[in-house]
Design a protein around this ligand. Structure first.
Ligand SMILES: NC(=O)c1ccc[n+]([C@@H]2O[C@H](COP(=O)([O-])OP(=O)(O)OC[C@H]3O[C@@H](n4cnc5c(N)ncnc54)[C@H](O)[C@@H]3O)[C@@H](O)[C@H]2O)c1
Length: 273
């Protein structure tokens, strides 16, 4: 199967670091014209330098996705320059952890404004172009926490569950224009958002024990999914939430399989990730 994205125009938010930077670099390698959106000018510049090295057409826009006017201006600039928008990846997101009885309103509002309202504003802004084209792909970063929250994730998990439901709502409106809208639910990908791979070994093990594939996810795992969902091969998928968590829902106690494999001399729990 050949995933041909050559010549498409994509807007990706939250590309200053982490998964977003990997997504935009991967799309660029596939011949996509990339439009990078991030609130951090310094990190955006680093991503721009990486895209310079990779070659191909790219533009970077400093933009807080909570700002409707700025979002509209960015999308207008993209339309003026490239004439079309094939793909929007709403990757930008923030966490705001804390048990609910200690959660302050500012954290609650911040997390929902970036994760949910920002996603809404970006989607709303690209829809006129996609409707004119009678085609388009929108991919929204949810989280495994949208399916099953973790302790202290009340604000984050509810915002991501809302992103997943918003995705279905939007998909249900834009089918007549051949626009598909999907969300994806990453599990545990070490980034500066979570620093999973810098935890004490025991703390890492406790989290890895929740994974059927007992390893951290890679940023490239998400970028590969994005490429597939953006391709013509995924044209019949819409309104879904795709679990990309290494099998957090597959089995009740993932560690049992590893203990059995270790007992059979087929797996070394001590040296595994
Ligand atoms: N890393 C994981 O394990 C994981 C798991 C599930 C879901 N996710 C989701 O994947 C996405 C990327 O996560 P990550 O780990 O790469 O995060 P990250 O913190 O490394 O990167 C987030 C990026 O979003 C940008 N951003 C934040 N607020 C913004 C705003 N208001 N406007 C524009 N840009 C903004 C940041 O500047 C940064 O470049 C997020 O939506 C996150 O919730 C990540």
């Amino acid at each position: 199967m050949n995933i041909d994205l050559d010549g498409k125009v994509a807007i990706v938010t939250g590309v200053g670091r982490g998964i977003g930077r990997e997504i935009v670099a991967t799309l660029a390698r596939e011949g996509v014209t990339t439009v990078s959106v991030d609130v951090s000018a310094a990190e955006l510049a680093e991503t721009g330098a990486l895209l310079d090295e990779l070659g191909g057409r790219h533009r970077e826009f400093e933009c807080d996705i909570r700002d409707a006017d700025r979002v509209a201006a960015v999308v207008a600039a993209v339309e003026a320059e490239y004439g079309r928008i094939d793909l929007l990846v709403n990757n930008a997101g923030v966490v705001g952890n804390g048990p609910i009885d200690e959660l302050d309103e500012r954290t609650w509002d911040f997390v929902h404004e970036v994760n949910l309202k920002g996603t809404f504003l970006m989607c709303r802004a690209v829809l006129p172009a996609m409707k004119r084209q009678r085609s388009g792909r929108i991919l929204n970063a949810a989280s495994f926490a949208a399916l099953v929250p973790i302790y202290g994730s009340g604000a984050y998990a509810s915002s991501k569950a809302a992103v997943a439901h918003f995705t279905r709502a939007l998909a249900g409106e834009v089918g007549p224009w051949n626009i598909t809208v999907n969300a994806y639910a990453p599990g545990m990908i070490p980034t500066s958002m979570n620093h999973f791979d810098e935890l004490e070994t025991a703390a890492q093990d406790r989290l890895l024990d929740t994974l059927t594939l007992r390893r951290w996810g890679a940023k490239s795992d998400i970028a590969s999914l994005i490429c597939f969902l953006a391709s013509d091969h995924a044209g019949y998928i819409t309104g879904t939430l795709i679990d990309i968590s290494g099998g957090k829902l597959a089995t009740q106690v993932p560690r049992l399989a590893y203990e059995a494999a270790a007992a059979a001399g087929e797996y070394d729990l001590a040296t595994a990730e």
